[in-house]
Write a protein that binds this ligand. Sequence first.
Ligand SMILES: [Zn+2]
Length: 255
Amino acid sequence: MENLEVLTYGFALSSDQGAFGYSTNSLLTVGGNKILIDTGPSSRRNILYRALAERNLGTEDIDIVILTHLHWDHCQNTDLFPNARILVHPTEFDYAKNPNRHDHAAAQYMAEHIAKMKIELVSEGDRVVEGVSIVETPGHTKGHISVLVEEDQEKLLLAGDAMPDGGTVSRGLPYNIFWDVSDARDSVEKMVDISRVFYPGHDRPFRLEGETINYIHGPENLEIFNSTEGGATTSLTFTVGAHRHVNIDTVQKPA
Ligand SMILES: [Zn+2]
């Protein structure tokens, strides 16, 4: 019997001073196995501790960490889980050892740190535990993976940034592509073929019914705190666009 919960919900927030990097981090419990999918940015470390504590868990209780990819906002807290086996795709791990210097989301020290942990390289079809397997979904990054959970009647896909938001379905593309547009498009098609329920990297979980995205759970609001005291920003502007531009500035796959 599987249980899937979101520990920290993802948001697709950005600013003219950079992205917030709030990724979705989920806890999957299968039998006695506690599996964490993505660990999130260090800015949310305390929120992650709290979410685990609310479930009477500490970081030492996590048996397996699956990293969808090695962007900072998905893997920065991996050091908190020294007991866990760390699952990552070999292509992703290789790339992270020497990332392109224009790739603002990957850093060499991520690979160096994970190399000191109990790393295990996984690829297409590998079974993690009963009912949980790896699906290769490259494009957003070179070695991106997603996690397929097969329940009694239904398949769920923890999609990471191969499908960062609900809008990915209508665009046919994630909104940031660091490796290849064609691979990214193929990965979206593959995911929609496999599953109807998605846990995106930077959005609430949703069910796809026909063309319609029905969110399942998660916060619809986010509060930003600010103060004018001490020379801080005196105002904030919040701009919401109906559509999201697909950023391909960092595409790297050789033509
Ligand atoms: Zn990413």
